[in-house]
Design a protein around this ligand. Structure first.
Ligand SMILES: [Zn+2]
Ligand SMILES: [Zn+2]
Length: 344
């Protein structure tokens, strides 16, 4: 089968690999019908993910059809249409039992697919812990609608969840890339009084306005002033930092009102400064980290009820044979690209 492989820093290649086979009763084999490219794939390509294993098939966001299941799999069966969860987890360890599946202690726990074990930018993938790693797609949800459920929608949903946002809150989202948009779509479900999105790219600002009509979309230069003038409590009640750019962490805590929650979803290339003397007395709460992707069923139900629609994020589709071109486009951020879908 064809698979897109991490060779070494700066170098991915399309190669022939043998089709995966079941080696554990908790495995399942999925025939990929639609995959996508994530910014984390670019992080691997650029060598920013030290735990990524050379020779691994990349990609961790996909939907497909179950081809075969191991003896202990009861949640899905051959022929089911499924979402592949970015995280695989045992469901039994200390962290899994508390919903902190990102820190599952199994060797295949957390983000393994497309990083430490073969991923989904291929014709087939083997999913360990398939009872938790695969989620059946409702009949009225298309592959395109379900494509982001296992990764960026899971991330947005998790971020909105841990923010503790309440109805009537003012939410600020910094960064309107794919994950920022998913965070906005999920935060909108909590009925905020205002949803403010800050984004530096004009095209992305237009896109954010289009996909999230309730949002007030602002450029970073004016966001601090805008927040000061428009938020009666001196800042946003909840801030989501999803940009990961040079000054966006600072912008995030500066735009937060006293006692606000700042959720740091972004992955940074460099360490960030937490200037405690400057923020003393503001009594902020910071929440950080990688998604605990264990609520995919809830997200699929919301999509099925037409409460979330992330399909406009798919701006381009390529065949797996042309995946290099797809990466080039995604990396270049030209032609209005937001997300690229890849069809094996
Ligand atoms: Zn990802
Ligand atoms: Zn676990």
């Amino acid at each position: 089968m064809l698979a897109y492989v991490y060779k070494d820093k700066g170098n991915f290649a399309l190669e022939e690999k043998p089709r995966p086979v079941i080696t554990d009763p908790k495995d399942a084999i999925v025939k990929i019908t639609l995959a996508s490219i994530c910014t984390s794939d670019l992080h691997i390509k650029r060598g920013f993910v030290p735990r990524a294993v050379k020779g691994v098939t990349v990609g961790h966001e996909a939907v497909g059809i179950v081809e075969e299941v191991g003896g202990e799999i009861h949640n899905v069966k051959a022929g089911d249409r499924v979402v592949v969860n970015v995280e695989t987890f045992c469901g039994e360890c200390f962290f899994c039992k508390r919903g902190y599946v990102n820190n599952c202690t199994d060797k295949n726990g957390g983000w393994a697919i497309g990083c430490r074990i073969d991923g989904v930018q291929a014709q087939y993938v083997k999913v360990p812990f398939a009872n938790t790693g695969l989620i059946k797609i409702p009949d009225n949800v298309s592959d395109e609608e379900a494509l982001f459920v296992g990764d960026i929608l899971a991330t947005g949903y998790w971020a909105a969840d841990i923010s503790g946002m309440e109805e009537g809150d003012v939410a600020l989202i910094i960064g309107a890339g794919p994950t920022g948009i998913c965070t906005a779509l999920c935060a909108a479900l909590k009925n905020p009084s205002r949803l403010i999105i800050c984004e530096k790219d004009e095209k992305r600002r237009e896109f954010a306005k289009h996909i999230c009509p309730m949002a007030e979309v602002i450029a970073p230069e004016s966001v601090e002033e805008y927040i000061k003038q428009n938020c009666i409590r001196g800042g946003a009640d909840v801030v989501f930092e999803v940009a990961g750019a040079e000054n966006t962490f600072e912008l995030a805590w500066k735009c937060a009102r006293p006692n606000a929650v700042v959720v740091v979803v972004a992955m940074y290339d460099k360490p960030q400064i937490l200037p405690l003397p400057d923020m003393y007395g503001k009594n902020l709460t910071f929440k950080t980290g990688g998604v605990d992707g264990c609520k995919c069923n809830e997200i699929l139900a919301l999509i099925s009820q037409k409460k979330i629609d992330a399909t406009p994020l798919i701006t381009h589709t390529f065949s797996l044979r042309d995946i290099k071109e797809a990466y080039d486009l995604f990396e270049s951020r030209t032609d209005g690209v937001i997300k690229v879908a890849v069809k094996p």
